[in-house]
Design a binder for this molecule. Sequence first.
Ligand SMILES: [Zn+2]
Length: 289
Amino acid sequence: MSFLLVSGKSYLCEICNCTIQVEYEGGPALTQIGDYSVSQQLEYSKEFGQPNENPEIDGYYLLDIGVCQECYRNNILLKDQATEKNKQKLLSGYDDLISKKATFMEENMKLFTDFISKKIDAFSLDEINILIGEDFDPNLGDKYANPKKKKGLWNHYFQQEIRGKVVPYFLKCAFNDPAILKIVSVYNKSSKKQWNGLRNLFSENIISVYVPIDISQAENLHNLIQCETTVRYPTKDTPNINFYHQGEFDMDDDIEGSFLISEEDISDSINEGDIEKALKEKIQGMIIN
Ligand SMILES: [Zn+2]
């Protein structure tokens, strides 16, 4: 039951009670919004009703409760413009850092994959000792084994002793490479500086914020996954206005981890299987004739 026949969205302002109705491209369509959201929306339907008399057939409008643009302006922004502008600066600055990181990753993954390919090409038997942290026995414990048997022993040994260490080892090498280190640290330093500029706008750690969303933009309606059946697009005539949700920005959360580049980020984006396979073949060529 994680799908619901969805036609659009109703944005309900909790201050003035106005509703902004948004139609989705394609009209009523089965949309995957997750079990929790389906039951929540059915509850809302009972409480607030639906624009369509027969939503099961003509489609539901998802209810989204928050604050409309007018009420945000009159009740929140104009009450304390200086603080509110800083809060919006914090939110958009943080978004900017997150999207800059995504761009950096996209543009620089090749740097890491090229570095690792070169390391694998130049890989020597001596280096295995460093990788596994002990002396490697090229005979794999049986110097009389024929090539077929040795291949079996090698497969087993690689799986048990080497595989899990391959990507962490090469990433550690990459992050120690002066050229790569320089690119990453220049990037991280400038992002950190940008963040400090935002952080210093506030003395408290938990900031209550109104997070804007542009109602004319496509939205992923599932909070855990994203795919074709979870994303819906408002029709082109949808006005370009913001709707606000109240939330909290916690400065004590691992904010820096979300915009700085770390080994873990590269590791999450790299194709580990390809690297492991390439190294396995390289070593195999050296120990089995
Ligand atoms: Zn309102």
